[in-house]
Design a protein around this ligand. Structure first.
Ligand SMILES: [Fe+2]
Length: 354
């Protein structure tokens, strides 16, 4: 029995009290001694199941939708990646993920909402996401953030489809009952700064004297792949890979070293050809996409072979082993940022190397 459901009066620990329980339920009260195992446990149960979405299959579906429905009609033309083990349309209990398409010449109109988002570009011939008066250019592998309540719109300025992986904290924000959204009066918000200005200003190790970014997220709105890949290769050079993560870097807030968003953390992993990680398990739910290479992920009992741009999810508290059959770079995002802020994130102490 779960919290909030009626008690099964046939499987009670103290059946002699059943008449009293019926009276309690009638008065909207429950005997905690009967249900405590559902609320407090020695360790978590994974929520949802491991699953992989093949990019070529998803791409065909979203491109078909692109022929039939405009981005403006759809508001956002997104194919949500629904975890088959969950009721609600999330990729995990805490995270939403989807593949978003903007066709050449199209604009996805400006709006803002309390849910924060990251965008990881999978396919582009030119385009941008405008965030709070700044265009963040979108090239394959770039990471762009649209934090809570920031205006954002998207435009495809190229001649091919613009497709990216969306990651949002929708289930978390909605759980708290803080679901607000607003349409911008114009289709596209006014541009007030040069393209990629947040990278130029905050992404070089410099900051304006006396300036503090007052928000609980990174002032950098864009992490171009060319520079993060160079950083990852530089970290890999002559170093032993971490047994759990391979060579790995976290996208960070340059102001305090924290995660990109208060709810969502993002990482880039380099697995050399033939490398296999030790099994690792944490309380965070992780979503991966394959930037380069191919290999196999063992997540719990599932074995998932992955190739370029495929997306796969590892639920919370589920052992993950990654094996690369070619030199591989994986992008990963998770709810670790939210868990760390709440002081509840944990790694399995039995994980080798921890
Ligand atoms: Fe949005």
């Amino acid at each position: 029995m779960g919290a909030g459901e009626d008690m099964d009066l046939k499987s009670l620990k103290h059946p002699s009290l059943a008449p009293s329980y019926a009276r309690m339920q009638a008065l909207s009260a429950l005997p905690l001694w009967e249900i405590i195992g559902d609320l407090v446990a020695e360790e978590p149960s994974p929520m949802g199941v491991p699953h992989l979405w093949r990019y070529h299959e998803m791409r065909a579906l979203i491109l078909d939708a692109g022929q039939r429905i405009s981005a403006a009609e759809a508001e956002r033309r997104v194919l949500a990646l629904k975890n088959p083990g969950l009721e609600r349309p999330g990729i995990s209990q805490t995270l939403f993920a989807g593949l978003q398409l903007v066709m050449p010449g199209e604009v996805a109109p400006a709006h803002r909402h309390t849910q924060g988002a990251i965008r990881f570009v999978l396919e582009s011939t030119g385009g941008y996401t405008a965030v709070e008066g700044e265009r963040c250019l979108m090239r394959r592998g770039d990471l762009i953030t649209t934090p809570s309540w920031t205006w954002h719109d998207h435009e495809n300025t190229g001649d091919g489809p613009l497709i990216w992986l969306d990651g949002l904290d929708v289930p978390l924000v909605n759980f708290f009952g803080v679901r607000f959204a607003e349409e911008h009066p114009a289709e596209q918000q006014p541009i007030a700064r040069p393209d990629d200005a947040s990278v130029s200003l905050w992404g070089t190790g410099m900051r304006p004297i006396g300036a503090r970014h007052p928000k609980p997220w990174s002032p950098v709105m864009s992490y171009p792949y060319a520079s993060v890949r160079a950083a990852l290769m530089s970290a890999s050079e002559g170093a032993m890979p971490d047994p759990r993560h391979g060579h790995a870097l976290a996208y960070c807030n340059p102001q305090d070293g924290g995660h990109v968003l208060p709810t969502i953390a993002a990482f880039l992993h380099h697995l050399p050809e033939g490398f296999e990680t030790a099994p690792w398990r944490t309380t965070e739910a992780s979503v991966f996409t394959v930037v380069e290479g191919e290999g196999t992920a063992r997540i719990g009992d599932a074995e998932l072979s992955f190739g370029e741009s495929d997306v796969f999810v590892a639920p919370n508290w589920t052992r993950i082993t990654l094996q690369a059959s070619k030199p591989t770079i994986l992008f990963r995002f998770s709810d670790r940022a939210a868990q760390e802020r709440l002081g509840i994130w944990r790694e399995d102490p039995g994980t080798p190397g921890s």
